[in-house]
Design a protein around this ligand. Structure first.
Ligand SMILES: Cc1cc2nc3c(=O)[nH]c(=O)nc-3n(C[C@H](O)[C@H](O)[C@H](O)COP(=O)(O)OP(=O)(O)OC[C@H]3O[C@@H](n4cnc5c(N)ncnc54)[C@H](O)[C@@H]3O)c2cc1C
Length: 358
């Protein structure tokens, strides 16, 4: 039996695994994907996350990969209006963050167990048993559900996810190359008819993260993301002839979800990261909050496992929820407000996503 089983190897699960391994706690981390992904998704690390990553010994590796000096370039109806330098966060693709954390975890003697999807969780007073779709059951003293917004562990634990989900996706997302487009800027095109196309360079690659308003067909139905649709949106909103988008490595659609778990602890099992809260991406706080959750849970589990079973241990474990549940509530309210601010700001020529960052 291991001390802690972590379900999910996104930024939250990997941060927690490194934290526990560094503190001598026996840990296993399972991941349903067959191998690492290459999706840019969360692309900023804030100073609070860099502080946690410093404690794990990887902040310098992150800054070596990332870009701390990006200029937001704003266009309106095709005309370049303004540039805003932004140096308050490190821009870096989520897959790059996960790669550094996996490397650190391997140095600490732990490998992510890919291709292991947890489908059943049971607990008794002394242990938790998690069952993967394939392979033997895994016993642990504690379990951390770090398995994202659609968290299976949250559902298996019967923890309600309270809030709202919009019916239709707000935007399409992806990773593409755009040969000929400058890589020193986060290009943000907005149009007076409400259109948006954003291309943010992912450092050390040829790739840009694309975010755009949805394309609709003649009946007003949203068109699913594809390279052809991305190009039509780019031509319509950016109007830069000669730039051909290519090499799509990730394509998705993003829906506004504002939900949080009504508790983060169920006996010997805990939730952290998106498994406990989902919210608008304006302000780039999701992954950063997951990293803070992981540090708080890492501290609680390390301290609890060094304390004899009994009320003192339970109190240490309860402190995790007492600290992080109010943080989740604040996150939902704050990011909802940031999204409204961004959507209002971009109607004005020269303004962009910085409206949600400050
Ligand atoms: C376009 C975009 C931009 C964003 N920008 C930012 C930003 O700038 N800054 C920021 O902080 N955040 C940002 N976010 C949000 C960020 O991506 C998420 O908050 C972050 O991924 C949450 O990390 P996590 O580890 O909690 O969950 P995830 O990254 O979702 O990881 C969960 C993992 O669990 C695995 N898993 C799921 N179910 C199981 C199972 N049953 N068994 C085993 N494994 C399982 C999944 O495969 C996955 O690897 C952005 C998101 C998007 C889409």
């Amino acid at each position: 039996m291991t001390d802690v089983l972590i379900v999910g190897s996104g930024p939250t699960g990997l941060t927690l695994a490194c934290w526990l391994a560094l503190n001598g706690i026996e840990v296993r981390i399972v991941e349903r994907r067959p191998g690492p992904h290459r999706e840019s998704r969360g692309k900023t690390l804030d100073p609070g996350s860099l502080d946690v990553l410093e404690q794990l010994g990887v902040a310098a590796r992150m800054t070596a990969v990332g870009n701390a000096d990006l200029v937001f370039r704003k266009y309106f109806d095709g005309a370049h209006i303004s540039d805003t330098p932004f140096t308050d966060a490190l821009f870096i693709g989520q897959w790059q963050i996960e790669e550094v954390l996996r490397e650190r975890l391997a140095e600490l003697g732990v490998q992510v167990e890919h291709g292991t999807r947890i489908t059943e969780v049971r607990q008794d007073p002394d242990a938790v048993t998690a069952r993967p779709e394939v392979g033997p059951a895994i016993g642990s003293r504690y379990l951390a559900g770090c398995d994202g917004g659609r968290s299976t562990t949250r559902k298996l634990l019967g923890i309600p996810f309270v809030g709202s989900t919009e019916e239709e996706a707000l935007m399409v997302l992806g990773d593409v190359s755009a040969p000929g487009l400058s890589r020193d800027h986060w290009h943000q095109w907005f149009t007076s008819d409400g259109g948006a196309m954003l291309l943010c360079p992912i450092p050390g690659t040829d790739s840009f993260q694309l975010q755009a308003s949805r394309e609709r067909d003649a009946r007003g139905e949203p068109i699913p993301p594809s390279l052809e649709s991305f190009q039509r949106l780019f031509d319509r909103h950016a109007g830069m002839p000669g730039i051909e988008l290519a090499d799509p490595t990730w394509m998705s659609a993003w829906t506004v979800n504002v939900r949080m778990a009504d508790r983060l602890r169920e006996g010997r099992a805990f939730l952290a990261g998106d498994a406990g809260h989902v919210h608008p991406i304006a302000g780039g706080r999701g992954m950063n909050t997951g990293i803070q959750d992981a540090a708080a849970l890492g501290r609680a589990l390390t301290s609890a496992l060094r304390t004899p079973p009994g009320p003192a241990r339970e109190e240490i474990l309860d402190r995790y929820e007492a600290e992080r549940l109010p943080a989740a509530a604040e996150l939902l309210a704050d990011t909802t407000e940031r999204l409204e601010r961004v959507l209002a700001a971009v109607r004005e020529p020269g303004r962009g996503t910085e409206a949600g960052l400050r």
